[in-house]
Design a binder for this molecule. Structure first.
Ligand code: CA2
Length: 148
């Protein structure tokens, strides 16, 4: 099984500020978590982070036929990007939206998630551990739908 993990703008800066909101773990800690999860679960995980909306759209398009599922934290593009929503809908791969913070408890402008409208599950407020939960969810779903 192959899973694409996509991270949007500023996620590469994790750990440098706002530990009260995003925790103290760094982007490198997240990459290590993904590597460990891939090894433990015997799956392939490819991670891509970009600060550019179109680059994220390109990666979603390229995932078709290459990956079995997508884990996406579009970061600020969550709340603005219909292009990411359309790309996720277009490829039709099972996708899980992850947010490190609990966006429900934050500002009004974070209360809409366009990307989430194309996702089968949303995990928020679990820190970087939410990525592992999303991967395990997609693996379970993949195993339960195999051959159908
Ligand atoms: O909670 C999340 O995972 C978010 O997707 C993170 C985004 C934010 O815009 C979303 O509303 C929720 C922000 C990404 C990282 O921002 C940083 C801010 C300060 C220091 C380091 C990273």
């Amino acid at each position: 099984m192959r899973i694409l993990v996509l991270n949007g703008p500023n996620i590469n800066l994790l750990g440098i500020r706002e530990p009260d909101v995003y925790g103290s773990e760094s982007f490198q800690d997240l990459l290590t978590l993904l590597e460990n999860t891939a090894r433990e679960e015997n799956i392939e995980i490819v991670q891509y982070q970009s600060n550019h909306e179109g680059c994220l759209v390109d990666r979603i398009q390229e995932a078709l036929g290459q990956f079995d599922g997508i884990v996406i934290n579009p970061a600020a593009y969550t709340h603005t990007s219909i292009a990411i929503l359309d790309a996720l809908k277009a490829v039709g791969l099972p996708a899980v939206e992850v947010h490190i913070s609990d966006v429900r408890r934050r500002e009004d402008f974070r209360q809409i998630s366009y990307a989430g409208m194309a996702c089968c599950k949303t995990i928020m407020g679990h820190g970087i551990e939410g990525y592992r939960e999303a991967i395990l969810y997609l693996k379970d779903r993949h195993n339960n739908t195999a051959g159908r």
